[in-house]
Design a protein around this ligand. Sequence first.
Ligand SMILES: NC(=O)c1ccc[n+]([C@@H]2O[C@H](COP(=O)([O-])OP(=O)(O)OC[C@H]3O[C@@H](n4cnc5c(N)ncnc54)[C@H](OP(=O)(O)O)[C@@H]3O)[C@@H](O)[C@H]2O)c1
Length: 254
Amino acid sequence: MAGTANRGVAWVTGAGTGIGRGIARRLAEDGWSVAVSARTARDLDSLAAEVPGRITAFQLDVTDPKAADDTGRRIEADLGPVDLAVLNAGSYFPTNARSFSVDNFRKTVDLNLMGTVNCMGPIVPSMVGRRSGHIAIMGSQSAFSGLPTAASYGATKAALNSMAEAFKPDFDRYGVAITIINPGFVKTPLTAKNRFPMPFLMELDDAVEIILRGLEQRRFAINFPWQMTLSTKLLAALPGWAKFAITRKMLPKE
Ligand SMILES: NC(=O)c1ccc[n+]([C@@H]2O[C@H](COP(=O)([O-])OP(=O)(O)OC[C@H]3O[C@@H](n4cnc5c(N)ncnc54)[C@H](OP(=O)(O)O)[C@@H]3O)[C@@H](O)[C@H]2O)c1
């Protein structure tokens, strides 16, 4: 059931499936007016039908900077100033040494890093000008330590963590909140493709609940589940010989 309260305008990218869809639906149910973006229009339309009157679809490929800028401006013109942006669109393209691919890195950087930055383009000046707003960026626990097959993915997620940390004190001066969300493994269409063990794999609804609670509290970092955070942060703190003894075991079979 859609709530009656009007909590403000939220924009969720990558909202067609998985974590973004779950966040968008919950925000709409909680009384937000939600703009949702992805490339696949039918996913957005079916989501909009789940919470009638609360969700508006804006089809967008976030790797196109002009389209991202136009979409951000259109959302603000149609729905009002964006109070909360959840910049979630992203994907994982596995890497390995034998089939090293420059294209893999370009694709991953264009989507995960530049896709996020492209969507910040129209909303950061608007939020800074209004001295209010909240930007939440989708990172990953792979940001904390270099993991096999995630050379490009982890690099972009580490970059997003660094970017959020760098902006935090600057945004604070203008009353704009920034959050970095670093999930472990969550059951979504993305992870359904993985053929390796996924420790502490979480249900989507549980992940969405944790993210929504963290956003409500305007936390800077939402790292979960705690068992995965502990593991990845411990791994990062180990000396090289111990770290690589562990990550060597994570290599897929040749
Ligand atoms: N699932 C996990 O375990 C996990 C863990 C850590 C972090 N994350 C992060 O969480 C985010 C969502 O992942 P997910 O697991 O929910 O994946 P997902 O189910 O594959 O959802 C990804 C969403 O992003 C959209 N998208 C992909 N490329 C896009 C593009 N060029 N422009 C606009 N939208 C695009 C997809 O829709 P279209 O294809 O229709 O565009 C889809 O709506 C990603 O940033 C991912 O790195 C996931």
